[in-house]
Design a protein. Structure first.
Length: 393
């Protein structure tokens, strides 16, 4: 097996799998390394579903990458006849008074509407009466307002990762799983990657290791904060609300700035197993690491989730949790991404496009990373907003 490559991709989750696929399509000699066997449950790329939306209240710079990702996923679907993207619409809800910030933005609803208008994203604005009539599963308050984006929806993250990795192998990519990178060091115009199994060299490396970035980039670890997030699936009470109201045709993905400490988001019942909806809040109060994080969801956490974020908002959702999981956000200030060459070490390209809203952009950013690794500027999207120096400014 060769030990020298054009590019080595470190971490094969959302962005690493997209990058290795795009590099293999371009005929590059590429190897991917992951300490586990992706798709796995130890990082950020799991949990059955991830929201995708074109108008992002985090800022107008994100629309192009989400839109291009949709195009790539549809192309992969045509190749494989495997569904990766469901466009059942997204409902964003907010209202008067003190509301939970969303990814650091107090007026996330207003920001989203502005971004949609700026980028020509089809959408509707809804009154409380509109929301109650069209989406009765949501127990909103008087005066609440909504934004509905019909082209939004959800993707299947595990399938996206697995499919891109599977496609890359016949194109020549080498994939090494269960192998841990211990050092990345530029040397003589190239980069050396040391693992617990050997030494490899490449013209450049893409570092897409998610919550392990602080370990692999100790000189930049202060930029990244790792947050533990809890995902829950609660059973639907069909006696209170018909099950059909929670299917994708009636129940869009949503993001809700509730009058609580945290915003909540969720997904319809997608038809697998017991009827249940996936619901989650987001916490930014506590830091962790991928090696020390508590990966078990306690009974108290489940009770608190239902009491604080479900009971008053979803009358047809019972207090019985049928499934739970823990995932990790790799956060940068202002919910930004960092996708750039490492200052002073341009052979290393760092990809940290998460901050709690990254998966929807992964296919397009993987394409852009592949172009960077080939020595070209990205042709489909701009990554200018995601440079290191932007973070420092």
């Amino acid at each position: 097996m060769s030990t020298h490559f054009d590019t080595i991709v470190i971490g094969l989750g959302a962005f690493g799998s997209a990058t290795i696929y795009q590099l293999a399509k371009r005929g590059r000699a590429v190897m991917g390394i992951d300490r586990y066997a992706p798709p796995h449950t130890f990082g950020s790329t799991h949990g059955d579903t991830r929201i995708t939306r074109l108008a992002c209240g985090e800022g107008p710079m994100y629309t192009a990458t989400a839109r291009r990702s949709h195009e790539i996923w549809r192309d992969i679907e045509r190749q494989t006849e495997k569904q990766l993207l469901v466009q059942n619409g997204m409902l964003l809800i907010s209202g008067a008074g003190r509301r939970a910030a969303a990814h650091g933005k107090d007026d996330f609803l207003g920001n989203t509407i502005d971004v949609a208008r700026h980028n020509g994203v089809a959408h509707e604005t809804l009154s409380d009466a509109d929301i109650r009539r069209r989406f009765p599963a949501f127990n909103i308050g008087d005066g609440d307002r909504g934004y509905f984006e019909p082209g939004a929806g959800f993707v299947f993250p595990e399938d996206c990762v697995a499919t891109q990795l599977k496609l890359s192998v016949p194109l020549g990519a080498q994939i090494r799983i269960g192998e841990t990178v211990t050092r990345i060091e530029p040397r003589g115009g190239k980069v050396e990657v040391t693992t617990d199994r050997g030494l490899y060299t490449a013209t450049n490396a893409v570092l897409s290791a998610g919550p392990w970035l602080p370990q692999l980039l100790p000189q930049r670890k202060s930029l990244f904060t790792i947050r533990r997030q809890v995902l829950t699936w609660f059973a639907i009470d069909g006696a209170v609300m018909p099950l059909a109201q929670y299917r994708p045709e009636k129940f869009p993905v949503f993001y809700w700035q509730v009058p609580r400490r945290q915003a909540i988001y969720g997904f319809p019942w997608i038809g697998d197993g017991e009827p249940a909806v996936k619901l989650a809040a987001e916490q930014y109060d506590f830091e962790t690491t991928p090696d020390t994080v508590d990966r078990n969801v306690s009974e108290q956490e489940i009770r608190d989730m239902h009491h604080d974020y479900i009971a008053g908002f979803f009358p047809g959702v019972s207090d019985r949790c049928v499934k739970s999981a823990v995932c990790l956000y790799t956060c940068v200030d202002d919910a930004r991404f960092i996708v750039d060459r490492l200052p002073g070490q341009p052979q290393i390209i760092v990809a940290s496009p998460c901050s709690g809203h990254g998966f929807k952009h992964s296919a397009a950013i993987g394409e852009a990373l592949a172009e960077m690794a080939c020595g070209h500027a990205p042709t489909k999207v701009s990554l200018d907003a995601f440079r290191f120096e932007t973070e420092a400014a």
